[in-house]
Design a protein around this ligand. Structure first.
Ligand code: G3P
Ligand code: CA
Length: 263
């Protein structure tokens, strides 16, 4: 396949509530090459797919995700805050895939059931809050699924992403063959032009950074790195990243992106 990979950011999260199974299944139906997912730990050590530290924005719960057990989170509604989580008039089918909490394990099972190749980008959140646990738990889970190293015969390929250099280093220590992305919102002073640290081969810049620093992506790629850019929803941003040339596009609107790519 020519052109960049298209990843659905939190699923097809423009149309359906982010991080719900429905949003991920929609992205696969639309033809996304891969899925992006944020993970955090519950109080009892489960990896759940939730972006925010708090429950307030994306559920009917309040307070910290990390203060709740999985059973407590499972009792909450993670979909009705979003128009796509509410049945339209005449839509009698609203199963719990649009409102139920998604765990990483449930997502992996769904992706394996999809019966086609899927690239999964898993972003660990807040490594300092959870100590090494979030990365350790992630590697333990992926090991159970045989996903800690790229296997050509396996339909699911996992890459771990983080803004945190510490998290990226931990992943390298726990699972050296697991591909890693260093996410960049700003350019750290310590990062030499075009270079990535800790054996990372993929940079994940914010599209705003790509706009502000036109030389960044060419320098990274000239040095042999790949670039996955986020979150590309605006058509002008999509034109920009296609002009610059990137390896992956992370978007809330995979169908729109794929259509622009003629796929
Ligand atoms: O894909 C990277 C991107 O998701 C990072 O930002 O805040 O959406 O997790 P955020
Ligand atoms: Ca993310």
């Amino acid at each position: 396949m020519d052109g960049p990979l298209v990843f659905a950011h939190r699923g097809s999260s423009y149309d359906l509530p982010e991080h719900t199974l429905a949003a991920y299944l929609r992205a696969l139906d639309e033809g996304a090459d891969g899925l992006e997912c944020d993970v955090r730990l519950t109080r009892d050590g489960h990896l759940v797919c939730v972006h925010d530290r708090r429950l307030d924005r994306t559920s009917n719960g309040r307070g910290l995700v990390s203060a709740r057990t999985l059973a407590e989170l499972d009792a909450l509604d993670f979909g009705s805050w979003h128009p796509g989580g509410v049945p339209a008039d005449g839509d009698e089918v609203l199963d719990d895939t649009r409102t139920r909490l998604l765990t990483l394990e449930r997502l992996l099972d769904a992706v394996l059931e999809a019966g086609r190749p899927v690239r999964l980008l898993v972003e660990t959140k807040h490594p300092s809050r959870y100590g090494a646990h979030v990365e350790r738990r992630l590697v333990e889970l992926l090991r159970r699924y045989g996903l800690t190293e790229p296997r050509p015969d396996h339909p699911v390929q996992v890459t771990v992403m983080s803004f945190s250099a510490l998290a990226v280093r931990r992943i390298r220590a726990f699972a050296p063959a697991l591909p890693r992305v260093l996410l960049l919102e700003v350019l750290p002073r310590w990062l030499p032009p075009g270079r990535l640290p800790f054996g990372v081969r993929v940079a994940g810049p914010d599209v705003g950074l790509v706009r502000a620093r036109p030389g960044l992506v060419p320098a990274l790629r000239a040095a042999g790195n790949q670039v996955y850019v986020w979150t590309v929803n605006d058509p002008a941003d999509l034109d920009l990243v296609l002009t610059v040339g990137v390896d992956g596009i992370i978007t809330d609107r995979p169908a729109q992106t794929l259509s622009r790519l003629g796929r």
